[in-house]
Each structure stands twice: as structure tokens, then as C-alpha cells.
Design a protein around this ligand. Structure first.
Ligand code: FMN
Length: 207
């Protein structure tokens, strides 16, 4: 039996949706700093903060990141044997998405505060823990954005090309980009599709 009122997802969690279209209003750097502070309250292994965040709100910065990541994506798509016209379509849609968002926040991982091991298996597990914590930080950031009426969307691209994303922005060599979040005010014409139903019978078991 569930206690009354405890059978529904809390509304602040439910309210966050991935929004893929923004109006042109800028987001203040103070607000972005608040979002990053919220991200940094996420749980992390060994009380570490292995995350670094890059705020990209200039046209030049967005262009550099979009172009740097696109070069690698184009290579991957060519290697997959995708038609050139389709590649152009995909790459330009992605480019447009990045340059049209008011602010991009790039979440990077470093080894700062993480343990190191002599064997590869534990090094991989340690990096995996750090990645999980970056995911928690990004979710915090997006929940905080939603709580103050801002829209956001997680963009996967940098996890496929961390070095290219890093070098496009001239970041330190040990900052490895893994998650990109677009932030802005929601385009009033955009509405998120209905959430897929959550069927717990296929997603959880009891033991
Ligand atoms: C790791 C990760 C990568 C994602 N990458 C993209 C992406 O590249 N482009 C995009 O439009 N949405 C991306 N999303 C957003 C998901 O598509 C979205 O969360 C999902 O469809 C559920 O919708 P909701 O966030 O509105 O509940 C990503 C989400 C995660 C967690």
C-alpha cells in the first residue's frame, strides 16, 4: 500500500522536459552560475567534484564547438556508409541546434579527486563512477533550470568526440567533455511530446 500523496512523481521532477527550441532571449551569467552550483550539489564518489563546466554563450564559441564536433561526426557517418546528402542534412541540423540555443553548458570530466588503480578494470570502474556522477550533476542542473522557468535539453554529441570538443574550445587537456546542455527560454511554439507511459511491471522486480 502506498501512503496517500506518495504515489505520484513529485511535480518538480515531472515538470522538466527536454525542450529543443528556444526564443532568442539571453540567459544571464548569474542564472547560469546558479544552475552550475545546483549541478555541483550532486552526489559524487569520495566527496570528489570531478566535473568542470564550460559556459558557451558567444556566437564564436558556439560556432567553434559545433564545427569541431561536426568534423568528427561527418567522418563517422562517412565510415558508416551514409549518403552524402543525408550527412549534410544531419550535420547542418545539429549545427543549427547548437548555434540557436541561447547558452550551451558543456559538462567535462577530469580525474580530479578520483582514485587511481594499477589495473585497467578498476580504472574503468572509477571513470564509470565519475560519469554516473556527471549524469547526476547534469540532471540537477536541468531540474534547477526547470524550477526557475528555463528550458533545457541534454545533447549527446560530445561523448562521441570528447577530444574534438575539448580542442575546439581550447580547453585544458585533462578536461574531457561528455555532456552538453542547451539552456534558454522555451520557444512558445514548441511543445514537448507526451511522456511515454512508465510501465513499472517491465522496469522493476522485487526480491
Ligand atoms: C545521455 C543523454 C543524451 C541525450 N542526447 C540527446 C540529443 O542528442 N538530442 C536530443 O534532442 N535529446 C537528447 N536527449 C534527451 C532525451 O531524448 C530525452 O531526455 C528523452 O526523450 C525523454 O524526454 P524528456 O527529457 O522530455 O522527459 C538525451 C538525454 C540523455 C540522458
Amino acid at each position: 500500500m502506498t501512503e496517500p500523496g506518495l504515489d505520484r512523481t513529485p511535480s518538480f521532477i515531472d515538470a522538466r522536459r527536454s525542450v529543443r527550441s528556444f526564443d532568442t532571449a539571453p540567459v544571464s551569467r548569474g542564472t547560469i552560475d546558479m544552475l552550475i552550483s545546483a549541478a555541483c550539489t550532486a552526489p559524487a564518489p569520495h566527496h570528489s567534484r570531478p566535473w568542470r563546466f564550460v559556459i558557451i554563450d558567444s556566437a564564436e564559441g558556439k560556432e567553434s564547438l559545433a564545427v569541431g564536433m561536426a568534423a568528427r561526426w561527418r567522418q563517422d557517418l562517412e565510415a558508416d556508409g551514409i549518403d552524402d546528402s543525408r550527412i549534410v542534412e544531419l550535420v547542418s541540423a545539429s549545427h543549427q541546434k547548437l548555434i540557436s540555443a541561447p547558452t550551451l553548458i558543456l559538462g567535462c570530466l577530469t580525474w580530479d579527486g578520483l582514485d587511481r588503480y594499477p589495473d585497467e578494470a578498476r580504472m574503468r570502474a572509477e571513470w564509470g563512477m565519475a560519469l554516473l556522477s556527471l549524469g547526476a550533476a547534469v540532471e540537477n542542473l536541468m531540474l534547477a533550470a526547470s524550477a526557475v522557468g528555463l528550458a533545457s535539453c541534454w545533447i549527446a554529441a560530445p561523448i562521441f568526440c570528447p577530444e574534438e570538443a575539448r580542442d575546439a574550445l581550447g580547453l585544458a587537456v585533462d578536461w574531457l567533455p561528455h555532456a552538453l546542455v542547451t539552456v534558454g527560454n522555451q520557444d512558445p511554439k514548441y511543445s514537448a511530446p507526451p511522456r511515454r507511459e512508465i510501465d513499472l511491471s517491465t522496469l522493476r522486480v522485487h526480491r
